[in-house]
Design a protein around this ligand. Structure first.
Ligand code: SF4
Ligand code: SF4
Length: 384
């Protein structure tokens, strides 16, 4: 069977090429822009402040050399790329941002934000080291409140409870649509390849008209339903099914996902922060809005949290729900937290899911692509 690609993917092919010009136009119309790097940034507060949240560039190899002029070379490529883009003003989204939201997640990132604050308005949210206790939530809630005050002061607006509730409802509705799309990836044949799914999820950060994005997702869902009815998909029925987890792997840094799919397996779920991590949980609309926002974001299963049992539980669930034949854990060189957690995850899967597990430590270069391909091929051959 030949592979089928929904025509609606054309919207998402164009989302990022058009995003720089769209944001520039918004700025010229007087719109405020708030940039962020991390899934912990509570976007509802930015939307409730009437500003546009935008994800900042961090996934290309090209600015790493500029980042290394200031940062140690053994930092992870994501941090060096972020800083290289920022310090050279080569990221149009950074250029147009009125404020950057940072967080004290890993050591490298928090020190990067300290330097970034020297040349760009940067608000760093203090993070607790875990998410399991009432004290963690209390500490984080205070950080979220502080961000609210910072946005109100800097943007000259009031974030009312009403506006925050509306922003929560808007972003929850988006998450529900994305969950619906992801649920179709449980099918065999799988309707989208992992690279296209990543493109759709990535586009969420770069289509600034949220109603427009919702319509594009609706069109994609319609076409996927038609494909499912005809038994069409991106891969032949019975293709090996892989769950990808680990560090963020946004567009430009999707090397391993591409290699897995070039080797013939379907990436049916991307668990990391470029993938589904931020869309799995909703903000509870029945709780006081600021507390509910704080709770949702604190529950993000990031390796910077110690311990991080939610990630283990979630991956086991995903393996079962998506009938995965294997799990690939991607770790950027220099990322200690995901690297350590890889061993914890391997052991967890051995005891709970009995699926083959592959750990790949790499960077943004293509120099190791052939070596990774050989390892992925061997991994696919040993799958049940
Ligand atoms: S992995 Fe952790 S630090 Fe990195 S973007 Fe995700 S939540 Fe933020
Ligand atoms: S990949 Fe690891 S080291 Fe790099 S920014 Fe994320 S948590 Fe920090």
């Amino acid at each position: 069977m030949s592979s089928t690609r929904p025509q609606a993917m054309a919207h998402f092919d164009m989302a990022i090429p058009h995003a720089g010009a769209s944001l520039k136009q918004l700025k010229e119309e007087g719109q405020k822009v708030v940039g962020f790097y991390c899934v912990f940034a509570p976007q509802e507060l930015v939307v409730a402040a009437g500003a546009t949240p935008v994800a900042l560039c961090a996934t290309k190899e090209e600015p790493i050399a500029d980042g290394e002029k200031t940062l140690p070379r053994n930092f992870c490529p994501l941090i060096k790329s972020s800083y290289g883009f920022a310090v050279t003003d080569k990221c149009p989204f950074f250029l147009h941002s009125d404020l950057i939201i940072g967080e004290t997640t890993c050591d490298g990132k928090k020190k990067m934000f300290e330097l970034m604050a020297n040349f760009k308005p940067t608000h760093v949210m203090n993070m607790p080291q875990g998410y399991q206790t009432a004290e963690d939530l209390q500490y984080w809630t205070a950080s979220v409140e502080k961000l609210q005050r910072e946005l109100e002061t800097r943007l000259g607006v009031a974030i009312t409870e009403e506006k925050l509730k509306a922003a929560i409802a808007e972003l929850n509705a988006e998450r529900v649509k994305i969950q619906e799309l992801s649920n179709f990836m449980k099918a065999d044949p799988v309707p989208l390849n992992g690279q296209d799914m990543l493109k759709v999820l990535w586009a969420r950060n770069f289509v600034f008209d949220r109603e427009e994005f919702a319509l594009q997702i609706d069109e994609l869902l319609e076409q996927i339903k038609e494909m499912a009815a005809k038994g069409e998909g991106a891969f032949p029925k019975g293709a090996k099914r892989v769950v990808v987890t680990g560090v963020p792997t946004g567009l430009g840094a999707e090397k391993v996902i591409r290699i897995i799919e070039e080797c013939g397996a379907a990436v049916v779920y991307i668990e990391n922060c470029s993938g589904m991590k931020q869309y799995v949980d909703l903000v509870d609309e029945n709780k006081p809005p600021l507390a509910a926002v704080a709770e949702k974001y604190l529950n993000t299963p990031c390796s910077c949290m110690s311990p991080n049992p939610r990630r283990m539980e979630r991956i086991s669930q995903v393996v079962a729900d998506y009938q995965a034949d294997g799990v690939v854990d991607i770790v950027w060189q220099g990322c200690h937290t995901y690297n350590v957690e890889s061993r914890v995850l391997r052991e967890h899967l051995k005891q709970n899911s009995d699926v083959p597990f592959l750990h790949i430590e790499t960077d943004y270069s293509q120099g190791d692509a052939e070596q990774i391909k050989t390892r992925v091929q061997a991994f696919l051959e040993m799958m049940r």
